[in-house]
Design a protein around this ligand. Sequence first.
Ligand code: AHR
Length: 324
Amino acid sequence: MFKRISALVLAGLTAMSMTACGSGGGGAGGGGDSITMGFSQVGAESGWRTANTKSVQDSAKTAGITLKFSDAQQKQENQIKALRSYIQQKVDVIAFSPVVESGWDTVLKEAKDAKIPVILTDRAVDSKDTSLYKTFLGSDFVEEGKKAGQWLVNEYKDNKDPVNIVELQGTTGSAPANDRKSGFQEVIGADPKFKIIASQTGDFTRAKGKEVMEAFLKSNPDIDVLYAHNDDMGLGAIEAIEGAGKVPGKDIKIITVDAVKDGMQALADGKINYIVECSPLLGPQLMDLAKKVVKGEQVPARVVTEETTFTQEQAKQVLSSRQY
Ligand code: AHR
């Protein structure tokens, strides 16, 4: 009799512990139906970021994943605090878009020790130890920079004169700023007529893009091309160019990255000349990957987002159906 009661109690305890594991907050997850994800977002610096946040939040709802969301306001220290709080809360999976590439090893090791899988989304880290995260989902930013450079090379293929370029970089130390710069440089560097005469960060924001472009225009009378690492900085720069009495898209040719609606509108209006797409719609793939890593399934170490480019004519055609 005692043996039977013990067996029943044991079975009951086992069932209870399995439910707790699968109901979120179970540390290593355990593959139950309900998953809790801690997500640390970079901030709200651009139209791209707003669309990315919406994609993550909507997709979590659709996938039935409980999302704990925090906005780091472009500060690494806030992201580290958020990650530590998710570890403490024993979420099933952590996802984050690292504001800068360096300085993540310690907190990622803490997550690994707590057996909480981590997914990098949108931006990479430079950690040598790739076992600190399960996968990295996002764009190939070097490729984006190369596409921007390739357009420029084609545009000026019959031109022998120097081409003076100013560059608005994204957030200093961030993967998209580093990679978009190096990819672009790699392509244009093959021809010495292309000269980057000024390059400075505009923090991926419209306001800073305008401010820095105003300074560029004051100290450089002969700017032929602006390469902005995102649409928002390009849109801010357009205001500065118009304010200086020049015509954006004609007096100064403009290449940007992202292809958010406002950028595409400026492209269709002839104020931007070329946009390299960077898709913010990472939510659905992120939720699929999260379900897999929580179950302990293998996932690819790198998932690259598919993207395209837009000329002014192409922008006119797709503008009305643009989702973000
Ligand atoms: O990491 C992606 C970049 O971050 C986008 O290109 C930019 O607009 C955003 O702020």
